[in-house]
Design a protein around this ligand. Sequence first.
Ligand code: HXC
Length: 510
Amino acid sequence: MKDILNELEDRRNAARMGGGERRIASQHAKGKLTARERIELLLDEGSFEEFDMFVAHRSTDFGMEKNRPAGDGVVTGWGTINGRMVYVFSQDFTVLGGSVSATHAQKICKIMDMAVQNGAPVIGLNDSGGARIQEGVDSLAGYGEVFQRNIVASGVVPQISVIMGPCAGGAVYSPAMTDFIFMVKDSSYMFVTGPDVVKTVTNEVVTAEELGGASTHTKKSSVADGAFENDVEALAEVRRLVDFLPSNNQQKAPTRPFFDDPARVDSSLDTLVPANPNTPYDMKELILKVADEGDFYEIQEDFAKNMITGFIRMEGSTVGVVANQPMVLAGCLDIDSARKAARFVRFCDAFDIPILTLVDVPGFLPGKSQEYDGIIKHGAKLLYAYGEATVPKVTVITRKAYGGAYVVMSSKHLRGDFNYAWPTSEIAVMGAKGATEIIHRADLGDEEKIAQHTADYEDRFANPFVAAERGFIDEVIMPQSTRRRVCRAFASLRTKQAKMPWKKHDNIPL
Ligand code: HXC
């Protein structure tokens, strides 16, 4: 009996060593943790339960039958994050470069199936050279099975990808279909084809970092939602994110204890909006001041900074925030910001997370480049996302809400539940100057007349009261009482029921 127990222990120890000491040392030398060390940091201490530790590949080509490491390059299982169950796979770069074989993929599929069945998030820690070259089409088939599960799981359980090493070829497409992608600076890369192929095909010379590093994907392409300094920080931030999210689409996000008075008045907000309507101010200040304990988890912080997206809690419950940022491009809507916000709104709606929208938007960014690149279609994404969202929607207009952008930003007309405006709001088709130049074109050149027309327009429209008279604004509120008003609004919406007519699925303008 003792021998059998010892054999199990020996086998386990061998599996835990992955690709062996030399490769583990090489992984550490690159500033990277091993697959198991990452799981240890991600999950609550001692909570990890492993599956398939002894799974080995079945390939016999290229002498592979002589190299059959236990676990086949990926550690899979489940554990808890602050007591809540999550499923995890962590690719082991020390074993055949973490490459994906048929059996490696099967292990990932097994935990994804269990995650959907049991209603818990899937977290993938990616560190892999991609399809295992020796296995050819079997490896591609394995990837295909993972992709299909990403799609089935989408909108059912949250899926989070952390890119912690190279991620090339088809390997980027599984993360691309998950809800959030985080990268580790200087040690992770994502590209469809690497620098060598790029050089051969296009003659461009580019480094891996430039082509697909964390900076590229958080600032330029928007493929990734956040980048962190090292493995430890990235994993800690995933834990923080998971705390904001529900386990699945049937459950609410967890409610945390809070110590911040929901009725807290913040008189500094009364002076947040500057007297000059063209002077910017930082919308993040408002977000931090309405949030419980000033805690804000920003998503895509470095991309399309004219739009802010992220999670806060109000009375302990998760709220998704979408806000125009007047500090960047005057808060205009453009292609990037519309896409960013639309995806975030759809995530919140899929997982029953209420949405708070803070509006200061002078309109859509005009210009040839925006039109040629399809602002009509991309702007429509955000309009569509808000209009289809059935979660509680509370909107606060702080200053400008002009034109189409007014309608888009969770207006009453898109089934906003509570639409508040600060007294500093201007709700109109456009700014006074632009409007005057169009409707009083005949007077252009006569400065006195134009000034008078502009002043008349401002008197009429540069306020929230015309919209309030029509019921498009439910209440004009004091800025200082925003947190209290919004908390009460969401509290009253906890039992909200809203449905869309049956359809197979929608046809959002992609
Ligand atoms: C088999 C692989 C491998 C792979 C790496 N290894 N990638 N083995 N299949 N795809 C092995 C290496 O042979 C090596 O084994 C060990 O992993 C570590 O690799 P190194 O090259 O020494 O590491 P490094 O210098 O850090 O470079 C990492 C790398 C490079 C950038 C990932 O290995 C690389 O370019 N690999 C190939 C990437 C690729 O083209 N993958 C296919 C993508 S196409 P030893 O025994 O020497 O330690 C794809 C299609 C999917 O994925 C389509 C789905 C539909």
